[in-house]
Design a protein around this ligand. Structure first.
Ligand code: SF4
Length: 76
């Protein structure tokens, strides 16, 4: 899965949301999040992000971000 990290805070771009084929972006408190179970790992959102905030969970130390993304995408 891909997840959104803190570089997203205060970013006003929503290019990522528009390209996602499964609509798995949600609004968190001050940043966007990706629902980790709905993301199909296509990767098309990553290059759209001008803040480099969207990362694959295969990078080191991403577990907390996966849980953060899950929490805020299930709040609504
Ligand atoms: Fe959506 Fe693909 Fe990005 Fe996952 S990797 S959030 S499915 S655009």
């Amino acid at each position: 899965t891909y997840v959104v990290t803190d570089n997203c805070i205060a970013c006003k771009y929503t290019d990522c949301v528009e390209v996602c084929p499964v609509d798995c972006f949600y609004e968190g408190e001050n940043m966007l999040v990706i629902h980790p179970d709905e993301c199909i790992d296509c990767g098309v959102c990553e290059p759209e992000c001008p803040a480099d905030a969207i990362r694959p969970d295969t990078e080191p130390d991403m577990d907390e971000w996966v849980e953060f993304n899950r929490k805020y995408s299930e709040i609504w």
